[in-house]
Ligand binder design. Sequence first.
Ligand code: ADP
Length: 238
Amino acid sequence: MPSSHNGHISITGVSKYYGRHKALDDVSLEIPPGTVTVILGPSGSGKSTLLRTINHLERVDEGFIQIDGDYIGYRRKGDKLYEMKEKEILRQRINVGYVFQNFNLFPHLTVLENLIEAPIAHKQVTRKEAIARAYELLDVVGLRNKADAWSRHLSGGQQQRICIARALAVEPDVLLMDEATSALDPISTSKIEDLAMELKSEYTIVMVTHNMQQAARVSDQTAFFLLGDLVEYGDTEQ
Ligand code: ADP
C-alpha cells in the first residue's frame, strides 16, 4: 500500500484553451496528501478538464502541475519544461488512478482478470502477486465473492467499485474520480462515498461532481469552479 505521505498535488497557474474558448483560467491549487478534495461547479465550468490535466490526458497551455514535485507530462531542463515522450507519459499516467463516469471495465474479462491486467503489463509484478493484491482490493471494495464474475454481469454500483479497485491495483498515490457516481442510484452512490472516505488515509483523492450535497458529505476541501475560474477553495465546512 502507498505511504500516506505521498500524493501532494500542486497546480500552478494552469490555463487551458479549446480553440479560442478558455476552459481553465490561471488556476492554482494545492491539494494535500491523504485528503478528499471535491471539484464542484456547474456543467461546463472546467471541472473535468482540470481533472484530466492532472494526469496529462489534457495538455495545459500555461502553468504546470506537479505530484510530489514531479512535473506531470513534462521534464525540467534549466528554466524550461519539455514535454515527455508518449512512453514516459504513459508510465507516469499509470501511477495516477482514474475512475470515469461510465464504468469502463473490460467486458470480456472477469473481475479478477480486470484487476490483474495493468499491474502485470505495467508494473512488472508476477501473476501470483497481482492476484494476491486483487483479492486484497476486492476485500476493500466488499466484492471478493465477485472475483470470477464477468464484469458485464455486475450492477452499475458494483462495476464502479471494481473500477476503483482496478485503479488502485497499480498502487497509485493519487485517485482521480470524474463524476464517478452520477450514473448510480443513491444506495450505490453512498457506498462509493463511504469508500472514498475510507481510502483517503492512503490516497489523495480528487473527485469531480456537480452535486453540492456530495461535496458536503465526502470532502475535506472543496474547490468551486465557474466558467473556468477557481472562484473559491477551502475547507468544505467553511
Ligand atoms: P465540466 O466538467 O465542468 O462540465 P468541462 O471541463 O467538461 O466542464 O468543459 C469546460 C468547457 O470546455 C466547456 O465549455 C466544454 O464545452 C469545453 N470543452 C471540454 N472539452 C472540450 C474539447 N475536447 N474540445 C472543445 N471544447 C471542450
